[in-house]
Design a protein. Structure first.
Length: 576
């Protein structure tokens, strides 16, 4: 039902002639505002994840003013509310540990303040799902503003991509092919503007998913952070947030099964990060949409990778993708693979939002007849090693490893693995499978991005650049290689990975979606009986709560008490 001035949610704080509302109004006036600033106007919360320790969002200090300008132009009243920044570059052990904290903070900021709608400012990996999860549960009109990718890196005229080239050149340095001076030059050239990773990492994956879900203005997720069009988009987003209040356009109208399916298809065709699996499942479940790993895998079977962007692609970066037509052109290329009738926050359908989009460079955005990879970016494997599933990115790994049997080399911890791979006497060949356990949601803790296990130095010096690696951890979306991740259930809670031993043979068959350790059931039963439950990492605080309530990777790693359907709805603040 359309809103009126009298039915604005914010009016519950400011309109009544009582003592509590006197306090609300007087405190607003204390900050220099007049009653005309808020009376009869939608109050728009701007959830800003800027901080001094967040390079991906460095420009948000200025973009928030652009959003405010749009809100004011449309007759609204902007209120900036800072939230957790979650810098992937600096937060230890992993921002994934705090994604749900940002989701809770976003939900409670919106629920507890006198606001009618929200602009969600994010971009760095976990900020997109964190903000969206919170907004879904809060239920207010919400629109997402993506931070945008940084400019291409550059060193001696060669384009550098976030993460992907760091891994590449680190191996060359370990092999003795990169000097200290060259390494410092690469270090200074790989990230040369504000904005998130400009490869198809988790950040670009998640902002594209947000757009495909219908949560951004058309084309917003592709715009480079340093492009002036990003400023214009920010102002347009502020204006649109006000319009959404009058239309009462809430997330439940946008996040339908069709929207979730669209997001999965777009993620697959973008060459998405493996992290997309966890976050998309979590967002779908928050919205009450049943979406599983098997559904995602089925879509991947029929959705080719069309975005020729590293690491699945061979040379291009997100700046190239934008000027080749961007996500609107990519979605237009998919035709009937998308439900074009899905609603978006722009007030138009997905089809109307991409109408007229065209591909400018068909080497960057490939036609379906000439894909980067014939299937989607991700595949879900199951077997006695991962009964609830695990994920691999076949579009970014060596083809000869997609069907493979190898000897397991097992590490119980990240420090143990890190030390071992540099040991020149490590008993390992390129046909073995490196396995890291105790790195999942509880074991990490928080499921760190340790899944791209470094290839042992002795093999790197022989020229080996890919081999099978397996873990219950995640990996950065900028990573590449034959890495099998998100093994569920995780080893820390007694999943089968806990019982794997060095020397066991593992069989991987990606085309047939299977993964098994070739150990007989009687031996597995003996190992299971001898297993000792690991000691918890946290005895108090947020980490303690995290371990008690986080769900497994195949279920999205949300907290059990935050998912839709848990308990009674939270009452609005005016009836507390």
């Amino acid at each position: 039902m359309a809103k009126t001035k009298e039915t604005l949610r914010s009016a519950r704080w400011f309109a009544p002639d009582d003592l509590r509302s006197f306090g609300h109004r007087s405190r607003m006036m204390q900050m220099g505002y007049d009653p005309e600033d808020w009376t009869g106007r939608p109050v728009i919360a701007i959830i800003n994840t800027w901080s001094d320790a967040q390079p991906c969002h460095a420009h948000f200090k200025h973009r928030v003013d652009d959003v405010k300008r749009g809100v004011l132009q449309a007759g609204g009243f902007p209120l900036e509310l800072p939230a957790l920044s979650l810098s992937e570059s600096f937060v230890k052990p992993t921002t994934m540990l705090y994604r749900n904290m940002l989701a809770m903070e976003t939900e409670e900021l919106l629920r507890s303040h006198p606001v009618d709608a929200a602009v969600l400012m994010g971009g760095c990996d976990k900020t997109t799902p964190g903000l969206v999860l919170g907004a879904i549960s809060a239920g207010l009109p919400s629109i997402y503003l993506p931070a945008g990718p940084m400019l291409r890196g550059n060193y001696k005229g060669e384009y550098l991509g976030s993460g992907s080239d760091a891994w590449k050149y680190w191996d060359e340095r370990r092999a003795g092919n990169i000097s200290d001076k060259e390494w410092v030059g690469i270090e200074g050239g790989i990230a040369r503007s504000y904005g998130h990773c400009m490869t198809m990492g988790t950040a670009s994956t998640m902002t594209a998913i947000a757009e495909a879900l219908g949560l951004t203005l058309p084309g917003a997720s592709s715009i480079p952070a340093a492009d002036v069009n990003h400023i214009r988009m920010s102002t347009q987003t502020g204006r649109r947030a006000v319009e959404m209040v009058w239309e009462d356009l809430v997330p439940s109208e946008i996040l339908t099964p069709a929207a979730v399916r669209n997001a999965a298809v777009v993620a697959m065709t973008m060459g998405c990060s493996t992290n997309a699996v966890i976050h998309l499942v979590a967002m779908a479940r928050r919205a009450g949409v049943d979406f599983t790993l098997d559904q995602l895998d089925a879509l991947g079977r029929t959705t080719p990778v069309l975005a020729n962007v590293r690491p699945s692609g061979d040379k291009y970066l997100m700046e190239d993708f934008y000027y080749a037509g961007g996500i609107r052109a990519l979605m237009a290329s998919l035709g009937d693979k998308l439900d074009l009738t899905a609603k978006t926050v722009a007030g138009v359908t997905l089809g109307e939002g991409i109408d007229g989009a065209e591909v400018i460079n068909d080497d960057v955005i490939r036609p379906i007849t000439n894909p980067v990879y014939h299937e989607g970016a991700l595949a879900v494997l199951r077997g006695n090693l991962a009964p609830n599933g695990c994920v691999i990115k076949p579009s970014a790994c060596a083809e000869h490893l997609l069907v493979h049997e190898g000897r397991a080399i097992v590490f119980d911890s990240y420090p143990e693995m890190k030390k071992a791979v540099d040991d020149p006497d490590l008993d390992v060949t390129e046909n073995d499978i490196l396995c890291l356990r105790n790195a999942g949601p509880q074991g990490g803790p928080g499921m760190p991005e340790w899944g791209m296990l470094p290839i042992p130095t002795k093999l790197v010096k022989k020229g080996i650049r890919d081999m099978l690696r397996l873990s219950d951890a995640r990996m950065s979306g900028t990573s590449y290689g034959a890495c099998i991740l998100h093994v569920a259930p995780e080893s820390h809670i007694g999943g089968p990975l806990a019982f794997l031993k060095t020397g066991d043979i593992i069989r991987v068959d990606v085309p047939n979606r299977s993964i098994d350790m070739l150990v007989d059931e009687d031996e597995l039963a003996r190992r299971r009986a001898a297993w000792v439950v690991p000691k918890p990492y946290y005895g108090r605080g947020y980490g303690h709560a995290f371990a008690k309530h986080v769900k497994q990777a195949d279920e999205g790693c949300d907290f059990d008490f935050l998912e839709t359907g848990f308990g009674e709805p939270v009452p609005e603040p005016d009836i507390f």
